[in-house]
Write a protein that binds this ligand. Structure first.
Ligand code: GLU
Length: 285
């Protein structure tokens, strides 16, 4: 078994992250497997070396260790670009110049009066405005143009993955869905952002495969996105790992902890004299 924890160094490690890292670490250790760390620093504008240093220091303090060197997404640009180019040349990607406002306007227009806009893992489902336009023919990496996966072309047949944890509605065991479900529930997700960087969905699939991850342990907030990852794995000829989505750590008001939630930062608890065992107890481990 190979598990991983994949923090983005854009803020402090908080209780929710600690729970995720400890769960992935404990699972690997119990199975005599390996736990890997991956630094998801693809967002160069928001990532800071100081956050990375703090996160790794907190993880070690929690009693977690991992083999060096760690994989950094910032070193993987050429690998991501190769795949984007390939997908584009095979007609699975199209360029999209729409901004949020365009998408909202186009998504609302045809169903004026309809109760709700269809929502996917990344927000409002893209209504397909740019599919088949001149913009769509501009290669991935073109400045100012995002690239979307043509889901109806990319998804084929039936899909399934094994969930050993639980989705937000108790989904567990074998999770199946069809290509038609993928098009209807996921839509044409962005795989290359307008700033030229690879999007999370593609990076995570390529990195999990490159690191040989057998069990992806992460929060329930990513359960819906897993279908996108499973579609991409088949399209790229990569194995689908086992998924283990865990409950989210919430504050007293029941709200999910966010990166900005400095009050729950592990450093704060450390300063206040808490030990690693106290953190484990706080997150219910
Ligand atoms: N970097 C992502 C996060 O911090 C991790 C996503 C994943 O585990 O797949 O939310």
């Amino acid at each position: 078994m190979i598990t991983r924890f994949a923090p983005s160094p854009t803020g402090p490690l908080h209780l929710g992250h600690a729970f995720s890292a400890l769960t992935a670490h404990d699972m690997a250790r119990a199975a005599g497997g390996a736990f890997l760390l991956r630094i998801e620093d693809i967002d160069q504008a928001r990532s800071r070396p100081a956050w990375e240093a703090q996160i790794t220091d907190d993880l070690r303090w929690l009693g977690i260790d991992w083999p060096e060197p760690v994989l950094r997404q910032s070193t993987r640009g050429p690998a991501y670009q190769r795949v984007l180019k390939d997908l584009f040349q095979n007609g699975f990607l199209y360029g999209c110049a729409c901004n949020r406002r365009d998408i909202l306007a186009a998504a609302s227009a045809p169903q004026e009066g309809a109760e709700e806009l269809p929502i996917g893992p990344d927000g409002i489902l893209y209504p397909g405005t740019c599919r088949g336009t001149q913009t769509a023919l501009l290669p991935a990496g073109t400045q100012g143009i995002a690239h979307r996966l043509d889901m109806a072309r990319a998804a084929t047949g039936l899909y399934s993955f094994t969930e050993t944890g639980e989705g937000p509605n108790g989904e567990t065991g074998t999770i199946s869905f069809s290509a038609a479900d993928a098009a209807a529930l996921l839509g044409d997700v962005v795989l290359a952002r307008r700033d030229g960087f690879v999007a999370y969905h593609l990076a995570v699939v390529l990195d999990d495969a490159a690191q040989g991850i057998t069990h992806v342990v992460r929060g329930q907030d990513l359960f819906e996105a897993t279908r996108i990852h499973v579609v991409l794995q088949r399209l790229l000829g990569l194995p689908t790992p086992i998924y283990h989505h865990h409950r989210l750590i919430r504050d007293e008001a029941g709200k999910r902890l966010a990166k900005r939630d400095d009050a729950r930062a592990i450093t704060k608890y450390r300063e206040d004299g808490a030990g690693p065992a106290d953190i484990r107890r706080m997150v219910g481990l």
